[in-house]
Design a protein. Structure first.
Length: 202
């Protein structure tokens, strides 16, 4: 299974109707630098990704978005170097980074990350790839949420409708993920004052 499958468990998808704010910064977390120096390690490799991901989650849970963002950026660099820029694990990490920016209300930072992730996933679609539709839905929802927060309701609506179609086909009309998408779509219509379209979706 790709590490992408762990994205939801590790950094939970931004709620379709809410995310909150703090500020990003740059520089690798002091904790990881200290660990590296103490162990004599001067760089990180693909085998360190799970540990680094756990560090990112801890930082995020503590509200230390500076640390979380920089760890995830470092994971992204490792994956691009080791796996190539078009690997599904790279798409998963791009989602993680976008989520961290969304938590802080930095939606214009998140948008290109989701767009790149979606392009990777779309090019990877094939019948033999397990859970790929779910990864596609996940990324579409994150991007749609971001556009909603930016007030780009038409773009958000289009993405939610695409996600809804995929979810109904892959997961079923009664699946909780499908219900979440309907809720997100309803929120778009509510924001556009299209209450008659929103009400049946809640």
């Amino acid at each position: 299974m790709h590490r992408f499958a762990l994205t939801t468990a590790l950094l939970m998808s931004v709620a379709i109707d809410g995310a909150h704010i703090a500020e990003a910064a740059q520089a690798m977390p002091e904790l990881l630098i200290t660990q590296a120096k103490n162990s004599g390690q001067t760089d990180f490799g693909i085998d360190d990704i799970d540990r680094l991901s756990e560090e990112a989650v801890k930082a995020k849970d503590q509200g230390l978005y500076k640390k979380a963002i920089d760890i995830v950026k470092h994971i992204l660099q490792i994956e691009e170097d080791a796996l190539g820029p078009h690997h599904l694990d790279v798409a998963g990490t791009l989602n993680k980074l976008g989520i961290l920016y969304n938590y802080q209300g930095l939606y214009t930072y998140a948008e290109p990350l989701y767009l790149r992730a979606l392009a990777i996933i779309d090019k990877s679609l094939n019948p033999e790839e397990e859970h790929l539709e779910e990864y596609q839905i996940y990324t579409l929802n994150n991007l749609a949420y971001t556009y909603n927060e930016l007030g780009l309701y038409g773009k958000a609506e289009s993405l939610y409708l695409r996600s809804l179609s995929i979810s109904k086909d892959a997961l079923g009309a009664e699946h909780p993920r499908t219900a979440d998408i309907l809720n997100g779509l309803a929120n778009i219509y509510h924001s556009m004052s299209l209450y008659s379209k929103a009400e049946p979706l809640y």
